[in-house]
Design a protein around this ligand. Structure first.
Ligand code: NAD
Ligand code: ZN
Ligand code: ZN
Length: 363
């Protein structure tokens, strides 16, 4: 099967023909139907975060179950599924205390170290999977706790977006921050993640949603999806002052959806007294963030969000219902559909800031 493989860091992806094993007892083999391009893969391609290589990239995919292992009863061949990197063991204290997205019990949901690799090259050497999913591939072999079964009338080239971007942004607003009716919100960065945070805030009933980005095109999309106000960061001297002026003091909830120290500082700086800033973007591991200590006296809070603090087996079907009811907008987030072979081109659009979400479709 064809897959997009990262062989060096920094580096582009190379399309390779790989062999995929039969499912182990707890595994599910999936025929991929749609895969979204998330910026997290690009961070790895640019070498901002280290990872074992070679690796099939991609972690935002949906498809149809082709085969299941002997211990799998949750899904059967023919079921439609979305894969999610929040693979939960279901047994540890994090899973059992209502935070399965924080599960670190990787051993329980991976193949034993001495087992055959899931993916191999012709010379029998193994190839890793990004986030233990490897979604930029014609087929995926994953643990059964990495998938959620979805209704069959949901188009899979849109369902895939919920696997990472929508779950992350929507969940950051609704689950991590708990945006409520009438809240004043600002989202910095309007890619797939930020646009989903805008939508989470809209569905939660926020009163005002200020979107910040560098281009008017991105801000126009944000308006379509629910932003009530916009700030073009390339046209103002200082984003914090602009947002404070617009709100008469600051926002209750801010979200950073880029991964830069400067915008994290902006997210914290624009808070009203008692406000909460949520960092969604992946800030490079050696980067430090500077805050003014006195701001904590004003009960301002700074927190991170991992995959929108999801419980994806219930959250994703709920978001699919919202989409099919016309309350979650996914079509408007997709700026292009491509073949697997065009993946580097797709990422060049993200680097240039000209795409929202690009989706790979498979025949
Ligand atoms: N926390 C998590 O669980 C999680 C999950 C998925 C992705 N992420 C991270 O979220 C971030 C966003 O991902 P994405 O796929 O939406 O990326 P993207 O590249 O599609 O979007 C980023 C947006 O930020 C804008 N931008 C860049 N610099 C800016 C600035 N200085 N001010 C205002 N806007 C600016 C860009 O124009 C772009 O629209 C990435 O860092 C990604 O790794 C985190
Ligand atoms: Zn992602
Ligand atoms: Zn666990």
């Amino acid at each position: 099967m064809k897959a997009a493989v990262l062989c060096e860091q920094p580096g582009d992806l190379e399309i390779e023909d790989l062999s995929i094993d039969a499912p182990g007892p707890n595994e599910v083999l999936i025929q991929t139907k749609g895969a979204g391009l998330c910026h997290s893969d690009l961070h790895f391609m640019e070498g901002l975060f280290r990872t074992p290589l070679p690796m099939v990239m991609g972690h935002e995919s949906a498809g149809v179950v082709e085969a299941v292992g002997s211990d799998v009863s949750y899904v059967a061949p023919g079921d439609h599924v979305v894969a999610c990197l929040s693979i939960f063991c279901g047994q540890c204290h994090r899973c059992l205390s209502g935070n399965p997205h924080r599960c670190t019990n990787i051993r329980a949901t991976s193949r034993p170290r001495d087992a055959a690799p899931r993916l191999t090259r012709d010379d029998d050497t193994g190839v890793d999977q990004m986030a233990r999913l490897g979604g930029f591939a014609e087929q995926m072999l994953v643990h059964q706790n990495a998938v959620v079964k979805i209704r069959p009338d949901m188009p899979l080239d849109r369902a895939c977006l919920i696997g990472c971007g929508v779950t992350t942004g929507f969940g950051a607003a609704v689950n991590t921050a708990g945006v409520g009716v009438g809240s004043v919100v600002c989202v910095i960065g309007c890619g797939g993640i930020g646009l989903s945070a805008v939508q989470g805030a809209r569905v939660a009933g926020a009163g005002r949603i200020i979107a910040v980005d560098m281009t008017d095109e991105k801000l126009e999309t944000a308006r379509q999806l629910g932003a009530t106000d916009t700030v073009n960061a390339s046209e103002v001297d200082d984003v914090v002052t602009a947002v404070k002026d617009m709100t008469g003091g600051g926002v209750e909830y801010s979200f950073e959806a880029i991964g830069l120290a400067q915008t994290v500082q902006e997210a914290f700086g624009m808070l009203d007294i008692g406000g909460t800033a949520t960092v969604i973007g992946m800030v490079p591991s050696k980067t430090r963030v500077e805050l003014r200590g006195i701001d904590f006296l004003a009960e301002k809070k700074l927190q991170g969000s991992m995959m929108g603090s999801n419980q994806f087996r219930s959250d994703i079907p709920m978001m699919i219902d919202l989409y099919l009811d016309g309350r979650l907008m996914l079509d408007e987030m997709i700026s292009g559909r491509i073949d697997l072979e065009q993946i580097n081109e797709g990422y060049s659009w993200m680097k240039a800031g000209t795409s929202n979400r690009t989706v790979i479709t498979f025949d």
